[in-house]
Design a protein around this ligand. Structure first.
Ligand code: B12
Length: 211
């Protein structure tokens, strides 16, 4: 199972075959990160086809499902790559009103494999859920994803809810997603922004004081 074929399976929306293909690649000794990377490249191409109007919403949904099937196989392996104790706790969520979670899930998988204790709240998450989770877990990092221009303002809502709860100076808030950049992120009350998941992990390590 070569990497090009894995990428093709995402592009061709082979939701029923992807899990076996990922298993096959793992059995052959391929690295879980490299597999994830090929799948992400496939997803990039799906996004391009959607923008070019070669693919429509149905295809997008199927591509999302295909990625999820693959993640289910990869997640425990990525998580097992790390064995350290005393992990930094991080809350991950896609903001309220936004149902895009593929990028968030990639970041989550990488964080799990890099030594964080991850609390993934899913998508369409409101500010109170985030605040409650900070109280419950004592997490020191919050990572929010927003793919829609319409929903980026919700980052500010979370920032303000944390302030109101007296928690804002106890946590670092990092955000990501295509409509964002550093300037907008800071304006919305975040501490940091990163372009992609790999960069995101690097930034998160830094703000967590790990490097
Ligand atoms: C797949 C997809 C969907 C799927 C989502 C499936 C799922 N489970 O996620 C479905 C079909 C559900 C969907 C729905 C919609 N979508 Co859509 N979708 C996409 C698409 C094609 C790809 C997104 C994706 O997964 N990319 C692959 C991942 C890997 O990349 P990513 O998400 O950008 O994440 C990377 C980085 O941004 C970063 N990152 C992401 N989050 C975070 C967080 C942190 C903390 C950090 C550090 C980094 C980080 O790291 C990731 C990996 O490197 C994009 C177009 C595109 N090319 O991006 C449109 C797009 C995002 N969708 C769009 C729209 C408009 C919609 C709909 C409103 C369409 C509609 N008319 O119904 C709905 C909204 C539903 C809702 N309420 O959320 C627009 C948004 C425009 C805008 N700026 O507001 C886009 C840009 C398409 C377009 N050009 O019009 N969509």
């Amino acid at each position: 199972m070569d990497f090009e074929k894995l990428k093709e399976l995402v592009i061709e929306l082979e939701v029923d075959d992807i899990a076996d293909a990922v298993k096959e690649a793992l059995d052959e000794g391929k690295d879980a990160f490299d597999i994830l990377n090929s799948l992400t490249k496939g997803m990039d191409e799906v996004g391009r086809r959607y923008e070019e109007k070669e693919y429509y919403l149905t295809e997008l949904v199927l591509a999302g499902e295909t990625m999820k099937e693959a993640f289910n196989i990869l997640k425990p392996i990525l998580a097992a790559a790390d064995k350290s104790d005393d992990k930094v706790k991080i809350i991950l969520a896609t903001v309220k009103g936004d149902n895009h979670d593929i990028g968030k899930n990639i970041l989550g998988s990488l964080l799990l494999s890099t030594g964080f204790e991850l609390y993934d709240l899913g998508m369409d998450v409101d500010e109170n859920t985030v605040v409650e989770k900070v109280k419950e877990t004592g997490a020191t990092i919050i990572a929010l994803s927003s793919l829609l221009t319409m929903t980026v303002e919700h980052i500010k809502v979370v920032h303000e809810a944390l302030q109101a709860a007296g928690l804002r100076d106890k946590v670092k808030l990092i955000v990501g997603g295509a409509p964002l950049n550093m300037e907008l992120a800071i304006r919305l009350g975040a501490d940091d922004f990163a372009d992609d998941a790999v960069e995101g992990v690097r930034h998160i390590k830094k703000i967590a004081g790990l490097e």
